[in-house]
Design a binder for this molecule. Structure first.
Ligand code: NAD
Length: 245
């Protein structure tokens, strides 16, 4: 990152009154969790249909082993990286007010953040497709194929949002609220193509926030609403910002 960008970026963060981070799969890439798109993205190898609700209902037994391989085993072996820890430090200092994350990996909370809005749910819990009961996905339950509801024996679905499912209402409302009150909006590691999450930065821009972005590649926002584009990996750029604050 050049000095010409570092200085204005750190000034904006230091002076922020309501800094909000909007994160995507890219922030966890350096923790070893593959993204969906981009280099080494999951959709280069797998059919996104495995995350379509109607397809899952019909093929749960076939899809669950894949979900365990692609998400559960990978996430349980992953640790937060310097990008997550920098955001945790900023929350502790009172600088960062909230994180709106599209991720389902729990790494922001494990790094220490408390104000995390999980826009797409999480991998901690599952929901029964028969009785609707929410269950913590213990190792024992996860060992089943497919994992079944301890209450009624119905098939469990991960409590993260599949294609074609609505966003959890409380998270959707809170994310919109935080996007509208942010004066600085930091977009980290998202391609910006997943609707409706992709609209949130536009809400922030409309409400007058300065938009900063960290990504090794340009995204849907770069060159459109992004005011400062910091090109590079989140785990490298965020600690540099922190050191220069
Ligand atoms: P995406 O896969 O569409 O895009 C990832 C983005 O991250 C790309 O723009 C890529 O250039 C960027 N990136 C790659 N390495 C990076 C790094 N080191 N630092 C910063 N940026 C980096 O991801 P998305 O936009 O979040 O949307 C896809 C959906 O993926 C989300 O809904 C999310 O639920 C789901 N997802 C989550 C995880 C996770 O929880 N870790 C992993 C894969 C997918």
């Amino acid at each position: 990152m050049t000095d010409a960008k570092l200085r204005p970026a750190t000034d904006i963060i230091r002076q922020a009154k309501h800094l909000v981070a909007f994160t995507g799969a890219g922030i966890s890439a350096e923790s070893g969790i593959p993204t969906f798109r981009g280099e080494n993205g999951l959709w280069n190898q797998y059919d996104p249909r495995i995350l379509e609700l109607s397809y899952f209902r019909q093929h749960a037994e076939e899809i669950w082993p894949l979900l365990k391989d692609l998400f559960y085993n990978v996430i349980s072996g992953a640790e937060p990286n310097p990008a997550h820890y920098t955001l945790a430090e900023w929350e502790k200092q009172g600088l960062l007010k909230s994180i709106i994350t599209q991720n389902i990996d729990n790494l922001h909370q494990r790094a220490g953040n408390r104000h995390v809005i999980e826009y797409h749910g999480n991998t901690r819990d599952a929901v029964c497709l028969s009785c609707g009961e929410k269950t913590a996905l213990t190792e024992e339950i996860l060992a089943g194929n497919p994992p079944v509801c301890p209450v009624c024996g119905g098939i469990l679905k991960p409590d993260f949002v599949f294609f074609g499912e609505p966003i959890p209402a409380e998270a959707a409302a809170k994310a919109l609220e935080e996007s509208a009150v942010a004066d600085v909006y930091l977009i980290i590691g998202t391609s910006g193509v997943i609707y409706p999450a992709s609209l949130l930065p536009y809400e922030a821009k409309k409400a007058g926030a300065k938009i900063m972005e960290i990504n090794p590649e340009p995204s849907e926002y770069t060159g459109k609403i992004t005011d400062i584009f910091l090109q590079g990996k989140a785990g490298e750029i965020l600690p540099v910002l922190q050191q220069n604050l």
